[in-house]
Design a protein around this ligand. Structure first.
Ligand code: ZN
Length: 490
């Protein structure tokens, strides 16, 4: 809307200037005629002036629009802008190690084959690409976080049954920032979990996987990121954690945080916007502009929106769900789902993918098949439509469908989840790598980067299990309580 207005104003200004120029020219001509000097030659001169003015206007418009019309009459003056723009876009691709994409982009410049600048750049990208090393997919590490703690006082120092849980499972904003920076400094590059495999699909829908082709410069190491439980459960209320994901003014996903005085602020209070900020400042932190995977349960809704069916029917409510509904008498379930979907769309547009974390945060290893079936049906009914479905499942409580041996179709839980469209399976495993690329699935172990891990690394007496990624002593938040019993120590 505002852009249109802006352009039409500009157009009006341009026409006004053109009119003024013509009037001035007219007066000049009359004057010259009176003086008896050759008018004919001068008409050509003003035409040139007019044309020049027009060209300048066109150029300005192009700069403002960020677009340059290729059919413009001043082709020769427009070309450099177009080329510079394309070269900048190519450079952005090359920074994320997408050298083929960068080269292809450069080739779209008119006359690329004979343009010296383009030839030089193509050669540069080609040699950088050719020097890259193929990533061993079986040595890609996978890290994960829960929602980040913005206010450690609230998360860790409220004395109740949940305190140890917050101390162990949560990571603070400062810890996340320090870990992200250290991993970057050590050459870690985030890749999408989907890039670990090449996927082919038969006519009947059967999925086949082989190892993906990821190439990175020598010394760089690939890692995958996932985020668990981005639901902003009722149990997080008042614990110094963001309250929900929202769409920012720039169309990108960001967070809402409720301050002590009850006022709501918007900003980077959790992993998604913080990671986005980091990538904006360090485009080479990610491969092909990859993002992480967000694992969602459904029982308290998703992303801070109370979208589960129980909020609609008002049946089977927990105490905190009832309390929340009582505090929100204007609650409209359909509107809530609409909002959640908008936010999910923005998160996807930003490059993140979604996964199931089971609807009820259930223990898939312990529970019978019937429980998994009922749970999956709920997830597919109340979560999948809001996020556009997913073929990734990240198990809760670090459980799995079997031990580390390959899944087989004899495993009825695996056979069931496969039949429901899940192809990628993740557990929790503190070893550096646990990757299984098999014909019909991809399976990965994930490492928890949380208070439990940091404390065990520093004071557990065993080996530091994340020393390949960062230095725990430099990362740990000094605001954490030091009582070892809170971290399952002593
Ligand atoms: Zn979880």
């Amino acid at each position: 809307m505002s852009e249109k207005k802006h352009i039409s104003k500009k157009e009006l200004r341009r026409r006004k200037r053109k009119r003024m120029l013509m009037i001035k020219t007219g007066i000049l001509c009359v004057l010259l005629a009176i003086l008896g000097i050759g008018i004919w030659a001068l008409a050509g001169g003003t035409e040139k002036i007019q044309q020049k003015a027009q060209e300048k206007e066109d150029q300005k418009t192009a700069e403002v629009d960020g677009s340059v019309s290729s059919d413009s009459t001043g082709g020769s003056t427009d070309a450099p802008a177009t080329k510079a723009q394309i070269m900048a876009e190519a450079d952005a691709l090359a920074q994320t190690y997408d050298y083929d994409g960068a080269i292809e982009k450069l080739q779209s410049v008119e006359g690329a084959a004979t343009d010296a600048d383009i030839i030089t750049k193509v050669a540069e990208y080609t040699s950088t690409r050719d020097a890259c090393v193929r990533v061993n997919i079986n040595e890609v590490t996978h890290i994960f976080y829960h929602s980040l703690v913005v206010d450690p006082q609230k998360a860790f120092y409220q004395d109740n049954a949940q305190t140890a849980g917050f101390c162990q499972w949560m990571t603070t904003v400062d810890e996340f920032k320090a870990i992200t920076q250290q991993m970057y400094d050590r050459g870690y590059v985030m890749v999408s979990i989907n890039d670990l495999v090449k996927k082919t699909v038969d006519d009947d829908g059967t999925v086949h996987y082989t190892e993906g082709d990821i190439y990175l410069p020598e010394g760089k190491k690939a890692f995958v990121l996932s985020l668990d439980d981005l639901s902003y459960y009722h149990s997080y209320d008042g614990r110094g954690i963001a309250s929900k994901m929202v769409v920012g003014d720039d169309g990108k996903p960001t967070c809402e945080y409720i301050q002590d005085d009850g006022t709501v602020v918007t900003g980077a209070y959790d992993c998604i916007p913080l990671m986005d900020q980091f990538i904006e400042e360090h485009p080479d932190a990610v491969y092909h502009n990859a993002r992480g995977t967000v694992a969602l349960t459904g029982y308290d809704g998703i992303l801070g929106y109370r979208t589960d069916g129980d909020y609609k029917t008002r049946e089977d409510l927990t105490d905190d769900q009832t309390a929340w509904l009582d505090a929100h008498p204007d609650f409209d379930w359909d509107k809530e789902c609409e909002e959640a979907k908008k936010v999910a769309d923005a998160i996807k547009a930003d490059g993140w993918t979604f996964a199931s974390h089971t609807w009820g945060h259930i223990r898939v290893g312990d529970k019978p098949l019937e429980t998994i079936q009922a749970d999956t049906e709920k997830w597919l009914t109340y979560v999948a439509p809001l996020i556009g479905g997913s073929d990734i499942i990240i198990f809760a409580h670090g459980q799995d469908l079997s031990d580390w041996h390959d899944y087989t179709m004899d495993n009825e839980k695996f056979a069931y989840l496969k039949s429901q469209g899940f192809n990628i399976y993740c557990n929790v495993d503190s070893t550096q790598y646990f990757v299984q690329v098999r014909d019909n699935y991809l399976r990965m172990g994930r490492r928890n980067l949380d208070g439990y891990r940091l404390y065990q690394n520093l004071y557990g007496g065993g080996e530091d299990r994340t020393s390949d990624l960062f230095d725990s002593s430099q990362v740990i938040d000094p605001q954490r309580p030091t009582d070892p019993s809170l971290y399952d120590l002593g």
